[in-house]
Design a protein around this ligand. Structure first.
Ligand SMILES: [Zn+2]
Ligand SMILES: [Zn+2]
Length: 329
């Protein structure tokens, strides 16, 4: 495994690894704190579910919602569309796609249970903080109205978490893995460090608890949201025409992944309105060539690098990378 990795901490900044022999001096403390905070929230979720004998059933419903047949069908369809209408022409089965398939395995095996337990953990913690008396405020509204409002607010929370990912170095260390893909494809949606979801789930759980209260949130809406968030990574040139001014399209999100030009734009997950409101929206222009993706200068070892080893070894290395302390340039 390489130990000469570096990560960009923000627009225009780069830090490089030091060569200290002291193991403790090599550990990135903020990443360890994010790990510990995630473990605390997950353990709250496990304790809450274990007490009611609901741990297994809740984990099963997490897989049923986040890896639903609709999600599998959407990913499968987009894999075919990428071959038929590629935004960027490549080999039939490129190395980036195979590598992201490994992250899909990680996602199914560990990230989905982690997401499920984090949702439960954050819900319980927020419930404890807020108490129960505030819940009746939404009783007069129909559930479907509250569900739609919640979904929009969740998207706002995810946008804010994404902004934080690009603003703060400790969070960027986790998020950089997602941006390191130079052969953007639909499976890149699953190329994310498991700990990169902490901030997003915290901010997205707030509207669920505050708006929905004790009411069940329609699982189908979450599944549709996952599909809409997966679609923009596909290697297709679609901009969605006028709809693309509201919904994040593949062409729009590709600009966010661009290795050239302005960084920190097009942060939206499903809706563009948060980018428009913060003047961070860069809509694709007609006839525009699909930009190259990845991180300029390739500060992280990727599967396209000459230094890349086997997919499995590289996946482990990329998951460990945020825990390495960065030294002075
Ligand atoms: Zn990003
Ligand atoms: Zn992305």
């Amino acid at each position: 495994m390489t130990s000469t990795l570096a990560a960009r901490t923000g627009p225009g900044e780069e830090l490089h690894t030091g060569g200290s022999a002291d193991v403790r001096a090599r550990v990135c403390v903020p990443s360890v704190l994010i790990l510990l905070a995630t473990m605390v929230v997950v353990s709250v979720g496990v304790a809450a579910l274990s007490g009611g004998g609901q741990l297994a059933s809740t984990l099963a419903s997490g897989w049923a919602v986040l890896a639903a047949p609709l999600v599998v069908g959407t990913v499968g369809t987009l894999l075919v569309c990428e071959r038929r209408w590629p935004a960027q022409r490549r080999e039939a089965v490129e190395r980036g796609l195979i590598h992201d398939a490994w992250f899909l395995v990680v996602h199914l095996a560990s990230v989905i249970p982690l997401m499920t337990l984090m949702s439960v953990g954050f819900s319980h913690l927020l419930d404890d903080v807020l108490g129960g008396s505030w819940r009746s405020w939404s009783d007069a509204f129909p559930s479907w109205t509250l569900s739609m409002v919640t979904l929009v607010l969740m998207d706002a929370g995810n946008w804010l978490a994404h902004w934080c990912d690009h603003r703060f170095g400790a969070l960027w260390r986790m998020h950089a893995l997602h941006h390191s893909q130079e052969e953007l494809n639909v499976l890149t949606s699953f190329r994310a460090h498991p700990l990169s979801h902490f901030m997003g789930f915290f901010l997205a759980t707030i509207p669920v608890v505050v708006v929905m209260g004790d009411r069940p949130f329609a699982p189908l809406l979450i599944t549709v949201y996952v599909c809409l968030g997966t679609l923009p990574h596909a290697n297709v040139p679609w901009s969605f025409g006028p709809v693309g001014r509201i919904l994040v399209s593949p062409a729009y999100h590709r600009i966010h992944h661009s290795s050239e030009g302005v960084s920190g734009v097009n942060l939206g997950i499903v809706l563009t309105l948060w980018d428009v409101g913060s003047r961070r929206a860069r809509f694709p222009q007609r006839g525009e060539v699909a930009p190259l993706t990845g991180i300029a200068g390739r500060p992280l070892v990727t599967e396209q690098s000459d230094r890349a080893t086997s997919h499995l070894v590289l996946v482990v290395d990329q998951l460990v990378e945020p825990f390495r302390r960065l030294g002075p340039p």
